[in-house]
Design a protein around this ligand. Structure first.
Ligand code: HEC
Ligand code: HEC
Ligand code: HEC
Ligand code: HEC
Ligand code: HEC
Length: 130
């Protein structure tokens, strides 16, 4: 591959689909998705393990899922309860562009909590009295 072509390719946004063949675990890049509140994003150094020539870029380029500040959400609790990443985010390795699979609305959160017999107490998802 020519150097110029390499530069052009690396100007593209990150695509999960393009990385599907390697069958990387989600936690290879989203290190705290099973153990933390946030899943987190990889540092450029992670990309450079396979793309040593990759230039500085903004990671993430944009956000897809974001809960409002007054909502309490933790990935770890869902991982412990064996809720799969794909249940909320879809099969990202098959997506040309990452789109919202399950909206981050109160109705969507509560629907699954009811289905899974998880709590729907207001103060679990909202800090009350502030
Ligand atoms: C484990 C190795 C590995 C890691 C880590 C990795 N990549 Fe890749 N990447 C690849 C391989 C292999 C290809 C070629 C895939 C192909 O030809 O379709 C590729 C292709 C690409 C492409 C160009 C292909 C396209 O058409 O979209 C971009 C851009 C890219 N990677 C960005 C990134 C970014 C950004 C990161 C870090 C968040 C990253 N990669 C981390 C292995 C890796
Ligand atoms: C090679 C690194 C890498 C791997 C492996 C990876 N991701 Fe990602 N993921 C990224 C990067 C980089 C972004 C930000 C993309 C951008 O800049 O648009 C991202 C974005 C996301 C987002 C959007 C987050 C938001 O709100 O903006 C979700 C959801 C996601 N990944 C889920 C997953 C899941 C689920 C897996 C495993 C099936 C996975 N990812 C595997 C690198 C990776
Ligand atoms: C119960 C639904 C649910 C499950 C299961 C889930 N996520 Fe998320 N994910 C969310 C929500 C909601 C957000 C927005 C969180 C925020 O704004 O703080 C999010 C945000 C993210 C982000 C953006 C960065 C961040 O930390 O906010 C990434 C990356 C991500 N998830 C990856 C994953 C991966 C990988 C898994 C599996 C290990 C996973 N998620 C499991 C609902 C889920
Ligand atoms: C696909 C199903 C599903 C979705 C969607 C979902 N959850 Fe959950 N959630 C669960 C399960 C299952 C548990 C674990 C309950 C337990 O441990 O008893 C849980 C636990 C929690 C807990 C910890 C509860 C406790 O007892 O401490 C919080 C907080 C939470 N979820 C918030 C959210 C928010 C906010 C959303 C929407 C952005 C959301 N959840 C979406 C299934 C889901
Ligand atoms: C499983 C998590 C969860 C539970 C339980 C929950 N909420 Fe919410 N709530 C949310 C999320 C997520 C949003 C943000 C919705 C959005 O961004 O569109 C929200 C938004 C709100 C809002 C802002 C207005 C709105 O509709 O956007 C109010 C007020 C609210 N919740 C009150 C409550 C009350 C009262 C209860 C108890 C009866 C409750 N919530 C239980 C997740 C939850």
């Amino acid at each position: 591959m020519s150097f110029t072509l390499a530069l052009l390719l690396f100007a593209l946004p990150f695509s999960h689909q393009r990385h599907a063949a390697m069958k990387l675990k989600c936690t290879a890049c989203h290190a705290t998705a099973e153990t933390g509140a946030q899943a987190g994003f990889p540092a450029l150094a992670k990309c450079q393990t396979c793309h040593p020539e990759m230039a500085e870029r903004k990671i993430p380029s944009a956000r897809v899922y974001r809960v409002k500040d007054f909502v309490l959400f933790a990935h770890a609790r869902h991982s412990q309860a064996k809720v799969e990443c794909a249940t909320c985010h879809g099969e990202v390795y098959q997506m040309e562009t990452l789109k919202v699979e399950r909206p981050v609305t109160m109705a969507a959160c509560v629907a699954c909590h009811k289905e899974r017999k998880a709590t729907i107490a207001c103060n679990v998802c909202h800090e009350l009295g502030q």
